[in-house]
Design a protein around this ligand. Structure first.
Ligand code: ADP
Length: 479
């Protein structure tokens, strides 16, 4: 079943509550009015009773027979409209007004009359308020019963009820119209947001929802959605750029392989020429394989699927191993290589393969961008709660405006040079991603023409006896 709109549901709730409030208010007012009218009637009855008491007081010495005559004559004439009945203590009637003659009252027992008794009663066709009271007038006890016709009061009550019954639905109608209008007005921005949100797709991610200035939940909602759109847009942009860059990067080696093979096949060549062509093709194929592998690593990193295997490790053996490997490469390139590693363990929570990759990327860069006879230095130390690794070179350096950009994917200061050296522009992006996953930081300090220092900081842990020693490369290969 289709759910009602929020506006309609709010209106219905509002109406239900309003109806209940109206009912409670109406019933309450009616009861209060009724009580007040009855109190006024009771007050009138009390006045009449006091009047009668004074009358009887004035004739306290008259014998009952005379009293009966006097009341019948004086009292009856004065108050011909009254509803009065007087009897003596034993219930013998002294006086009874005409109406009560025709509509006799039920007897009351004297026990009920130790206090004045007020009651509502129907006599004939009319409703009455009735006061029954015992009066002790100078030793003579009378039972007096006085009635007060209630038709006026009841009419007033009826009128009031009629007004309520007339006005309540009108008020309800007005309230529902007002409530619906209010809810529509309050929710109109939501409709507007929905309409705009519907038009946003991958092609126009730069559009934003209308900015509200209501200062309420709706403004917060539109602001939050707009912030979310900004995040989605930048992620989307990054992915599109990444895809475009990746395709571009992949095109060059494939084109080279293609050209090389085509040229080799154009005419018959001697073995040495074929070998040379195949060597070029192999170099490009290796470069492509490396690029694809890096692209895959970043794609997995983006999708969050490349989970690291983090456990307590000691970085010292890992650094020693890398140092010996890169030392050999350095000497092949006529570069000087120095390592300054502490003798104590460098304990961290980390993924050894990923961290080895970071050191390899940084040392590879340092050697790549340092012309002979330069120097590359690897340092690692335990500094309070952090392990600090620095890789310093005396190479070409990086201009200040380039320093922040080199961590971007595919960013290369000198594209041709980097390509020539086998770089893809993804190394530092991968290194930064790995360091961030280790809750660490990576920064560069560099001066153009003088060299660069890359500094990696990773939170240290206390060394544990269970600490797993990183496996050596030979172990890795044999694994
Ligand atoms: P690449 O594969 O091109 O080396 P990286 O992401 O590792 O890609 O580095 C990005 C760019 O940063 C490099 O192209 C290079 O211009 C610059 N760079 C990195 N390391 C150094 C360094 N040690 N000295 C000078 N420039 C460097």
């Amino acid at each position: 079943m289709k759910r009602l709109s929020i506006g309609l549901r709010l209106t219905l709730w509002y109406l239900a509550i309003f109806l209940l409030a109206e009912f409670i208010f109406g019933a309450g007012m009616w009861l209060i009015l009724r009580q007040n009218l009855f109190d006024i009637a009771d007050l009138a009855l009390e006045g009449q009773a006091a009047d009668l008491e004074r009358f009887l007081e004035a004739r306290k010495d008259a014998p009952i027979a005379q009293l009966r005559v006097e009341i019948s004559e004086d009292y009856k004439i004065e108050r011909s409209e009254d509803y009065v009945q007087i009897s003596d203590a034993s219930g013998n009637s002294i006086y009874r007004s005409r109406f009560l003659e025709e509509h006799p009252l039920p007897q009351v027992s004297p026990d009920e009359l130790d206090r004045p008794l007020y009651e509502s009663r129907k006599l004939g066709h009319d409703r009455f308020r009735l006061l029954s009271k015992q009066m002790d007038v100078s030793g003579r006890v009378y039972v007096v019963r006085i009635g007060h016709p209630m038709h006026e009061e009841l009419e007033t009550l009826d009128d009031f009820r009629r007004y309520l019954l007339w006005f309540a639905p009108l008020l309800l109608l007005a309230a529902s119209a007002g409530g619906y209008w209010l809810s529509r007005r309050a929710l109109a921005p939501v409709d507007a947001l929905t309409r705009t949100a519907r038009t946003i797709s991958g092609h126009n991610l730069s559009s934003r929802l209308e900015q509200l200035h209501t200062g309420d939940e709706l403004q917060r909602l539109s602001d939050t959605l707009n912030e979310m759109l900004t995040r989605i847009e930048s992620a989307f942009l990054r992915i599109t750029e990444f895809t475009a860059d990746a395709s571009h990067e992949l095109r060059s080696p494939i084109a080279l392989i293609h050209t090389e093979a085509e040229l080799a096949l154009r005419r018959s060549r001697d073995e040495a020429e074929y070998r040379e062509a195949l060597r070029h093709i192999l170099v490009e194929a290796n470069r492509t394989a490396k690029l694809v592998e890096e692209l895959l690593a970043l794609a997995r990193a983006d999708s969050g699927r490349e989970a690291l295997d983090i456990h307590p490790i000691d970085l010292l053996p890992l650094f020693r191993e890398s140092a010996s490997k890169w030392n050999q490469v350095a000497s092949l390139r006529s570069l000087q290589f120095e390592e300054h590693l502490e003798a104590d363990p460098l304990p961290v929570m980390g993924d050894e393969n990923a961290l080895r990759r970071v050191v390899d990327i940084l040392l590879d860069n340092a050697l790549k961008y340092t012309p002979a006879p330069g120097k590359v230095t690897l340092r690692a130390r335990h500094e309070r709660d952090r392990i600090v690794v620095t890789i310093e070179d005396t190479g070409i350096g990086i201009a200040p405006e380039e320093q922040a950009r080199i961590f971007e994917r595919f960013y290369r200061v000198d594209k041709a040079r980097s390509r020539e050296l086998g770089g893809s522009g993804l190394g530092l992006a991968i290194a930064q991603w790995i360091v961030h996953l280790h809750k660490g930081s990576i920064v560069v300090k560099s001066e153009l023409g003088k060299g660069s220092i890359f500094e990696v900081e990773i939170p240290a842990t206390t060394p544990s006896p269970k600490m797993i020693q990183p496996r050596s490369n030979s172990e890795l290969h044999s694994a």
